[in-house]
Design a protein around this ligand. Structure first.
Ligand SMILES: [Zn+2]
Length: 257
């Protein structure tokens, strides 16, 4: 089996037996891959395990693993940690947003499907959720993920009459139609959540901002009063489009009033 070296972010881990871990990794060149880290928790006589005592969620590393798309769980052979996210791990909200971003990637990105730009966006966004820019950085990442996977909902104009959201006073998101409806058309759609049209304009603003590789985007500052309704809408959309539950969504959304 040929070995490949790739920069990876750990998206998901399952402790497997006393010493091993099954990992879902986002590899920069190779896309989402699942590997087994045998002996991750076993320490040698000199006191160090091959993988530094175990791999954590969101860890970024230069990794080496067998390239075997048809094999169930190829082994991870090297893991040289480059970013352990010490800042991020000091803030509970940052941990939730970071791990939820990882869950969204495993939910929407198919295995062995390369997404180099999205990898770079995730790596950048994980640095930003450790800062005061975390709310806008997380929202911008979710929008980029939806765009990259072809699942961006219609948030610009009413899916029924075409009226732009910039001109309506009330709006709702029709979950099973993947788009917004104006206040007049909303009653036609039974599975819907109300949304303030001003927040939809915030989304349009974010979508038109330039992205420069390796640099934080100049995003508008957002509070949770603004991001919670949008994150809730996007979580409903992702659940419906993927037909999968999002385990971490409830940790990042405030309980509804
Ligand atoms: Zn309408």
């Amino acid at each position: 089996m040929p070995l490949v070296a790739d920069r990876c972010i750990c998206l998901r881990k399952i402790e497997f037996s006393e010493t091993s871990q099954i990992l879902t990794l986002f590899a920069r060149q190779g896309g989402v891959v699942r590997v087994i880290a045998k002996g991750a928790h076993r320490t040698t006589k000199v006191g160090a395990s091959k993988f530094g005592g175990g791999i954590d969620l969101l860890d970024v590393a230069e990794a080496v693993f067998s390239h075997a798309p048809h094999r169930e769980l190829p082994p991870l052979t090297e893991w040289r940690l480059t970013e352990g996210h010490r800042e991020l791990r000091r803030n509970l909200r940052a941990i939730y947003l970071g791990t939820y971003a990882a869950e969204l990637v495993t939910t929407l990105v198919h295995e062995h499907d390369p997404h180099v730009e999205l990898f770079d966006r995730l790596e950048q966004s994980l640095r930003e959720v450790a800062t005061a820019r975390r709310e806008q950085a997380f929202l911008a990442f979710t929008l980029d993920l939806l765009r990259e996977t072809g699942l961006m909902p219609e948030l610009n104009a009413c899916i029924n009459c075409g009226q732009p959201m910039s001109r309506v006073a009330r709006a709702a998101f029709a979950i099973d139609r993947g788009g917004v409806a104006c206040g007049d058309c909303a009653p036609n759609f039974s599975r819907r959540v109300g949304i303030d049209p001003r927040l939809l304009r915030v989304v349009q603003t974010i979508l038109t901002l330039p992205r420069l590789a390796g640099q934080p985007q100049r995003l508008p500052g957002l509070t949770r009063n603004q991001t919670d309704p949008l994150n809730r809408l996007l979580a409903e959309h992702i659940r419906f489009s993927s037909a999968r539950e999002l385990r971490l969504a409830r940790y990042i959304l405030a309980p509804s009033a």
